[in-house]
Design a protein around this ligand. Sequence first.
Ligand SMILES: Nc1ncnc2c1ncn2[C@@H]1O[C@H](COP(=O)(O)OP(=O)(O)O)[C@@H](O)[C@H]1O
Ligand SMILES: N[C@@H](CCC(=O)OP(=O)(O)O)C(=O)O
Length: 399
Amino acid sequence: MTDRIGKKRAKEPNRWSNRSNLQTDAKRWVIKIGSSLLTNDGQHLDTTAIRAWVQQILQLHQRGVEVVLVSSGSVSAGMQRLGWTDRPVSLKTRQAAASVGQSALIHTYEKMLQECAQPENDRLYCGQVLLTHDDLRTRRRYLNARSTLRTLLDMNVLPIINENDVVSYSAINLGDNDTLAALVSNLLDADILVILTDQAGLYDADPRSHPEATLLTEVGAGDPMLERIAGGGGSRVGTGGMLAKVRAAARAARSGTSTIIADGRGPEVLPRLQQGEAIGTFIHARLPKLAARKRWLAGHLRSHGVLHLDQGAAQAILEEGSSLLPVGVIAVEGTFRRGDLVLCKDPLGRDIARGLINLDAPVAARCCRKQSHELADDPEVLEDVLIHRDNLVINDLLL
Ligand SMILES: Nc1ncnc2c1ncn2[C@@H]1O[C@H](COP(=O)(O)OP(=O)(O)O)[C@@H](O)[C@H]1O
Ligand SMILES: N[C@@H](CCC(=O)OP(=O)(O)O)C(=O)O
């Protein structure tokens, strides 16, 4: 198995972008810290380790990196507070432990952020975000979650995300936070997803049962080989295991986000990654972010409205790759909302493009034919571009 992977890897690095550059250039990071790492024996939060990660996150912040933290640990923290020694198995006891533990978990992060703050730097506050499966599947809630997270980032706040274990029930819960972290990476178009765990990265076999296993340094997301070597479920404490991490990397790659799996106990692991060091396993997204986004858009079947374009606007988006401005739109149809997919038609009624619109339908309707300066005083006109070119996919058949 090692040989097969070895041969493949020997050919592949040329096809991939330089990992060191990707790491140093990444401006928005989603960092996931798993249960196995956060706890001592699965029972207590390891506050010394949490302090070290908080210090590292503060360093990233100082270097202009936006960080979103996905942190497990609520069940373990709850066990600690409740004096339980065995991990709860029934859904209701697990939910109860999570309820008690989540506040302890956030309290620990807040305390560490306060203790590690440097007087010369602005204080970094954290905001708790608990998400369920439904929040990410339902378009409206998805957009709300995205907008809240973006606002927190704009306000320079560290969002700390966990699954809302108290209301998630087994049939629909995400289960492991690797999946949640990948979905959040898609939601926010993260530049990089860093999954910190209790191993140095992804090995060609489970290092617990195969001490001779070799660490893989660079692989491609979605390679079926990875699922085979990633073994089954997680450790005694963790939920998803390496398999969930490999699948999360494939999911993150859909938005062009590459993933790093690394040892969370490694000294200064986050700042060193940010400086481009080759630590852990780098899972390349293969497609650049913009191409991944456009592919996702192209596959999005359901449109919520239509924009009728004049000839100038049709030409500008088809031939010059421009964004769509309100001045080139003659009329709008449909009851779409900001963030929905809409079709663009030219004066002959042909579907020439599809894209994500920046305004709700009534606001878009009153912007038609108007120049940007005519819209400057309208508080509901949140953007002067109707569809940004990065969110626009042209109908190739017409070119
Ligand atoms: N190929 C592999 N490489 C590395 N670890 C593996 C592999 N296959 C299975 N594992 C196991 O996955 C565990 C990490 O997953 P998990 O316990 O869910 O961690 P976390 O709580 O950090 O999400 C490791 O401790 C390791 O035993
Ligand atoms: N939401 C749960 C975490 C679930 C879990 O263990 O996930 P993971 O750390 O990915 O193995 C908690 O906070 O305890």
